[in-house]
Design a protein around this ligand. Structure first.
Ligand code: ZN
Length: 112
């Protein structure tokens, strides 16, 4: 993982799969900022699609197994969420996909 920063936001990116780890404090700010997302999530979606077969992803902070989330408005996106710390893991391209909807839809899908 390497840390990428845009303004005061920091996310961790896996150098192997291009996936993005977003901690609980950054996620809402980041999802409300499509410009920042475009800067951060630059890897091709095809790279992330391959990761969809991996079902057990562990949280980098507390090593608990993360649960797979399917936002109702974005059925092609499957991100992982940590029930302990509230962090999220997006495969490459999925964060871009998430920010293509309106802010209200995003918040509803997150808080769901
Ligand atoms: Zn966690």
């Amino acid at each position: 993982m390497k840390t990428i920063g845009v303004d005061d936001l920091h996310v961790d990116q896996c150098h192997r799969c291009g996936g993005l780890w977003i901690n609980a404090t950054s996620k809402e700010q980041l999802l409300a900022d499509p410009k920042a997302v475009k800067t951060i999530d630059t890897n091709p979606s095809a790279m992330g699609k391959r990761q969809d077969n991996i079902t057990e992803i562990k949280c980098p902070l507390d090593h608990s197994v993360m649960i797979r989330m399917c936002p109702p408005q974005k059925k092609q996106v499957h991100y992982e969420s940590c029930t302990i710390c509230g962090g999220m893991f997006f495969d490459a391209g999925e964060l871009r996909e998430m920010t293509k909807v309106s802010l209200g839809q995003r918040l509803r899908s997150l808080l769901g």
